[in-house]
Write a protein of this length. Sequence first.
Lengths: 521, 504, 200
Amino acid sequence: MDDDLPTDFQVIVVGTGMVESIVAAACSRIGKNVLHLDSSDHYGGLWASYNFEGLQKFIKEINSDPNRQLQVYNLIEKWYIDKDSPQEETKQETEEEKTEPPKKIWSQADFASEYRKFNIDMTPKLLFSRGPLVELLISSNIARYAEFRCVTRVLTWLNDKLNPVPCSRADVFATEAVSIVEKRMLMKMLTSIVGYNEEEMDNEFKDWTDKSFKDYLTHKGLTPNLIHYVLYAIAGGSDAMPCLEGVRECKKFLMSLGRYGNTPFLWPMYGSGELPQGFCRLCAVFGGVYCLNRPIDSVETKTGDEGKEIVVIGSKSKNLNCDHLVIGINECPKDLLSSEPSESSDISKAIFITNGTIMPSEKEPLTLLRFPPLDEGDNPVTVLEVGPATGSCPKGLFAVYFITNKVKDAESDLMKYAEKIFDMTGDQTKAGDKPTCLWSLFYNVKDVSAGVRDGVETVHVCAGPDAGLDFDRAVIQSEQIFKKICPGEEFLPRAPDPEDIVFEDDVTHGPEFRGDEGDKE
Amino acid sequence: MHGRIKVRTSEEEKAKKEKERQEKLKFFKHAMQKIQSKRKEGEEDDEQLGIIEKVLLANPDIYTLWNIRRDILSNFKKIKSEEEMVKLYDSELTLTEYCLKVNPKSYCAWHQREWVLVNRSDPNWKKELDLCNTYLKIDERNFHTWDYRRFVVGQCKPPLQDEFDYTTEKLYDNFSNYSAWHYRSKMLVELYPDLEGGRPIQDSHHKHELKMVQSAAFTDPDDTSAWFYQRWLLGAVKEYLNNNIQLYINDECVNGEWESCTGYEYDDLWILKHSHKILTKSHIKVEYIMNNNGKQSIVCNEYQPLVYIGKSEISFQNQYSKPVVEELNDQLDSCRQLLALEPDNRWTLLTTTVFLHCIDPKLHHLEVIDNLQRLKKLDYQRAGYYNDLISMWSIEQQLQNDYNENIDKFHIRFGEKLTSLPHLQYYSFCQTVDLSNQELTSRILPTLIKLQHCKILDLSNNKLTSLDGFPALQLEQLILKGNEIKEEDIASFKEKHCVTKIII
Amino acid sequence: MEDYKFLFKVVLVGNAGVGKTCLVRRFTQGLFPPGQGATIGVDFMIKTVEVDGEKVKLQIWDTAGQERFRSITQSYYRSAHALILVYDISCQPTFDCLPDWLREIEEYANNKVLRILVGNKTDREDREIPRHIGEDFAQRHGMYFLETSAKEAENVERLFMEIAVELMEQAKCKELPKYDGSLGPINGKTSSETSCCLRS
C-alpha cells in the first residue's frame, strides 16, 4: 500500500508533535498540499498519551535505543504492588456487609487487564481558559475535535499540608483559611492586577523592574499566607521571580477565570495527546495525506530545474519532494542544524498511579497542585492529578503528574515531593490519609531548541515539549513557522461548519429515496 | 481553487437569512389566521394544539395562544380518558421546556407549567424540582426560576434543611444572588425562628449568618445583594398591632372606628372616632395584645385639661444577644483594621458606621454622625441617603430625651440639619413644633399630617419651594419665612387651608 | 432554531474505496457523488430525522482519507455513539481487513458504542463476499448487519434510521441524560443541553 504514496508535495511535515501538527493543519487549511509522516505507529511523538500497554512499549523502546535517550533519559519504572492479586477468598458476605464494599486491592495483573482504560500523558499540560491554545481551537473551529474538563481546584503546600487556594471570587468568599481582612486584601490585590492596562502597569511597577514579586507583595502589606497563595500558587513562581513576570503570570491566571469553571484551567479528555490529533484531523479534512509508521532515512536540499530550492526526503527507498520541510528536532539530521550551541534546559518528570485522590472531595476532583521549592536550590513543582472521569485511568485510580525544571535527576528532584502526599509503602489495606502509590515512572526530558544551518530556508525545525504549564510556546512557534512558509496568509482561519458548506452540483443525481418523506430541504 | 471549499458569502448568507425570515413571517401569519378561524368555529381539537405549538416554539410569549391551549385541555379533560390526558399533559410540559429553552424568562411558559401540574392528577413534583435545579445551574440568578421553584417547593415540601442547604450551595457558586439570599432568609425564619421576639432568627444562627454575609461583603464590596441581606440580619423585627387595641375611659370600654390619618392600610398613627365625652380627671387606658399574646396596658396621664397622653417604652436600640454583640464587635474590629489600611474606602466606612450604630447608638452617636458626614463627601452621589440617616438617627437620640421629659413642644436640639422627618408620629400631640433652620424640601410636606395637634408650626429658613402636598391641619400659625415659595403658591394655599396666621 | 432533542455522533470506518463517503452523501443529500475522494473541507455531515415525533440530529463523520495508510486518529473514535464499519462486497481484501479495524475500535471507542457492519455496493455484479459470510462475522462480533448500495439508494436510509431509533431507545432507557461535567466542545457551538451523552 505504501507504494501508493505520492511523491511531490508543497509541504512535508515529519513528526506529529504539537508544533508539527499545528503547522500541518495551518498549511493544509489555506490550500497547501501537505504530507504528514511519523516514524512511529501513533500520533503525538513525545506529546502522546498512551494506554498502559503502549506506555510499556514506549519504556522498552527508550531503554533499548541509545539514540532516543538523547531526548528522554533516566527512565525509572517502579511497581509498589504484587504481580498478581491474592487468591480471592470465597466470599461469604451477608447482605449487611455488602453495604461497604472493601477497597479494591490492585495488582500488576489488574493494570494489564485494564490497560485500555489508561491514557497516560507523556507531556501533561493544562490549558488556560483564555490562553492562546483555547483561543486558537475556537477561532479555527478545531475545538470540535476535543472535549475538555474543568480543573476543579488549585491546591498548594502550605504549613506542611495541602491547602486549597482561594483564587476566584467564589473561593475567596467560601474559604475559612484566611481572615476577613485578608479576604479584602487578597481581592484588592487580585482585582487591581487584573485591572491594569499596559500603561498603568508601567506606571505602577516602574520602580519594581529589578525587584522580586515577593518584595512587591510584601510591600503591599500582604500577610505571609496571602503571599504564599499569590506567589507560589497563582503565579506559580519562586522567591526570585521578578516582579513584572509575577504580575503577568497572575494576570494570565486571573483573566482565565470565570470562562468555563471555578478555576482558570481546562484538561483535555483522554489526555493532551488528543490535541495534536485534532490539528491532524483538520489537516486531513483539508486534503492532507497521513502516513504513520513511516520513518525517514535522509534529508537533502537541492536546487531544482528552475533554480527553486527543493527538499528531498528519502523514506523506504522512495524519494519524497517538497518545497518546505517541517520537522521535529529529534527527527532532524544533525548536519542540518545550526552548529551554534543550542539552548537547552532539561525537565524532570514523574508519573504516579495511586489508589485515591490526594484530598477527598464530594465530586471527583481534577487538581492542579503547586509546590513551592521545599529545599534551597529546588525549583517549584507542578502537580496534576486526574481521575477516571477524564478518561485517564480506570475507576478507583488516579494518575498524578509531577513536573519541574531539572536540578539533579527526575527521581531525586521529585521523590521527596511525592512522599509528602503519597504513601510509598504499597500497602493498600491501610486506611491512612494519604493515597497509596501503586506504580511510578520517573524520567528526564531534554528541551532543546536549535535553528537550522545558515542558508537553508526551506527546512523548519520544531521544538519538543517544554516545561510550561500551557501550550503557549508551541502555538507561538507554529505560527512563526507557518508565516515563514506562507507569508501573508491567514493562520488557521475558521474552518466552516458543515451547515454552511455549499456543495457544487457537479455530481450526477442518483435515484431519489424511496419512502423518504417529510425531510426535503 | 484547490483546497478551498465554497462557503456562503456574507451576501448569500444575508439573502438566505432574509428568505428564512420571510418564510417564517408567512408561516406565522398563516398560522395565526388559521388559529383564529378555528377558534371562531369552535374547533378546539388536536389540530389546533398542533398549530399553536408550532407558533409558540418560535415565540413563546403570546399569552393568547397559551390561553387557548388551556381552554382546549380543560375541555379535553371532560371527554378524554385519564390515560389520554396524561399523554397530553406530558407533551404540554415538553412544549414548555422547549419554550423555556428559547426564552428562559418567559412568564407565560412558566405559568403554563404551573397550570399543567396543578390540573393533572399525577404531578411529579420531584421531577419539577430537578428541572428547576437544572435551570438554576445554567442561570443561577433567573428569578423566574426561583419564583417557580418556590411554588414547586410549596407543593412537594422537601425538608426545609435541604432547601436551606441549597441556598448555601448556590451562594457559594455565586453570592451575587438576591433570590438566593432572600430565599435563605425565608428558610432561616422557618427553621430557626426567634422565640424571644425582636430579632429575625435564633442567636447561634444569627452569628453564623453575620459571618457569612461579612465574608461576602469583604470579598466584593461592590455587590449589593450581600449588603441587603446584612441589613436584614441587623434589623429588628417590628411588632405590628392588629385590631387588638382597646380603649377604656373610666374602665368603660370605648367602641369606635380606628382611622389611619393617611388613609393607608398600615400606618403608625391611628385615630379613634368615638362618641364618648372626655372629661377632666378621667381614668384613661389603652390595652392591646402583642404578637406573643401578652397583654400590654398603658395608662394615659392628663397633660393639660382634656388632653391625655400615654406612652409605652420607646427604644431604637436593637436587642442583640451577647454572642451576637461579640460577633458585631469582632466585625467592627476587622472594619477598623481595614479603615486603617484604606481610610477612604466608603463601604468600609459605612459598614463600620452601621456596626457602631447597631452596637450602641447612644454611646457611638457622635462618631456615627461624624462618619456619615465624611461619607457625604466621599460618596456624594448618595449624600441624600446619608443625610436621611443623619436625620433619623439624630431624632432617635433626641426622642429618648423628649419622651422622658414630658415636653409638649417639639424643637430640634441638635446641630445636624434635618432633610427628612422620621418618627414624627411620636410628636403628634405637640401643639408647638419648631422645624426652623433645617434643610427640609417640599417633598416632606405630606409627612406633616402626623402633627395632628399642632397649632404653631415653624418652617422658616428651610428649602421649601412650593406648598403642594401640605396636609389639612388645624394650624393657628404657620411660619414660612426664609423659603423660596412663590406668591401665587401662598395665595392658593390660603384659599384651601384656614390658617389663622401665616408669616412669610 | 435548534429544536432537536438528541444529538448523536455516528462515525464510519473501513478501507479506502468501500464507499463510506457515498453512503453519507446518499443519506444526507440524496445524491451519489461520482469520482474518488472526500470533498475537501467537509468534516461531517448533518441530518435531522424524526423518531416517534422527536427530532434527532445525526452528525455523521467520515475518515477524511486517513484510512488510506491506516492512520486514523484515535480521537476520531472518541465519544462516538454509533460506529459503522464498512466493507465492499465485491472486494475480498476490504473484508479481510475487518479484524484490524475491530482491534482499533476496541482500543479507542467506547465499549458501549453501537456497532454496525455494512457490506456496501450490492449493485455490483461481481460479489466476492456472500451475504451470510458478512452476517456470520457481524454476529460473532456482536454487531448489527446490513447490506447496502449507496449508488442505488438501497438500505441507506434504513441503515441510518435504524441507528437513530436504536440510539434513541438507549438514551430513553437512561431517563434524563445526566449532566456529567464534561464541557464538551469548548466553543459551545455544537453542544446542546439536551444532547444525549452515552459515554459512561
